[in-house]
Design a protein around this ligand. Structure first.
Ligand SMILES: *Cc1c(COP(=O)(O)O)cnc(C)c1O
Length: 230
């Protein structure tokens, strides 16, 4: 199942790239393995997958410690400051930097472990009360402040688009995120890259790619529906 799902997803990514005149290799498919057992991750690894996403600090740490060490891990969920220690030094990229307080904690933990933490600023683009992230209009100011933290390196932006019936309704969100990224890049801030734009999930990744996503985070489309009751 996982092998077929991966192939089908990669094919659709390829087609979205073609529609947008983009290069397939510019888009990274992150297999979101949250709630799924390590056996399923190992199966995806056997199919050639190397990049995985998790959204809960403790679950991530447990899986990381069990699995082979040459995988690339993306931390994509809201991170409480008391759990930063599980993530720093393990995740290759933290997509969900959503407050200055969290940045301060990541800085402290990274200094302690003598590592540089790569992060994306999470943007709550549609200003949803249920979501974490910076408002689009405060993003530039936050980038300026956090860029001065010696153990944090900003690599771009991330968003979780609203849940919509018709994915076309999210096109404006993805376009807006791309524009925001271009605007921040234009400021040429030291120690800041806007190379990564993490947006698009199982329901809307093709539209996200058409609008400039470099990283799509796909769970259900690869591993199947999640069961939260167990
Ligand atoms: C769960 C999750 C995903 C993947 O969602 P699917 O709809 O299953 O593809 C992507 N991004 C974040 C932040 C998530 O929490």
């Amino acid at each position: 199942m996982i092998e077929d799902n991966l192939k089908r997803t990669e094919e659709r990514i390829r087609e979205a790239c073609e529609r947008a005149g983009r290069v397939y290799s510019d888009v990274t498919l992150i297999a979101v393995s949250k709630t799924k057992p390590v056996e399923m991750i190992e199966e995806a690894v056997r199919c050639g997958k190397r990049e995985f996403g998790e959204n809960k600090a403790q679950e991530f740490k447990e899986k990381y410690d069990l699995l082979q060490k040459d995988l690339i891990w993306h931390f994509i969920g809201h991170l409480q400051t008391n759990k930063v220690k599980y993530v720093v030094g393990r995740a290759s990229l933290i997509h969900s930097l959503d407050s200055l307080h969290l940045a301060e904690e990541i800085e402290l933990e990274s200094a302690k472990k003598n590592v540089i933490s790569n992060v994306l600023l999470e943007i709550n683009f549609a200003n949803e009360v249920s979501k974490f992230g910076f408002k689009p209009e405060e993003a530039l100011e936050m980038v300026r402040i956090i860029s001065k933290f010696p153990h944090i390196c900003i690599k771009g932006l991330m968003t979780v688009a609203p849940f919509v019936e018709d994915v076309e309704n999210n096109r404006k969100v993805f376009k807006g995120m791309k524009n925001l990224s271009v605007d921040i890049k234009r400021e040429n801030i030291d120690n800041v890259s806007m190379a990564i734009l993490s947006m698009g999930m199982t329901n809307d990744y093709e539209v996200a790619i058409e609008e400039g996503a470099t990283h799509v985070r796909i769970g259900t489309g690869i591993f199947g529906e999640r069961d939260y009751s167990i």
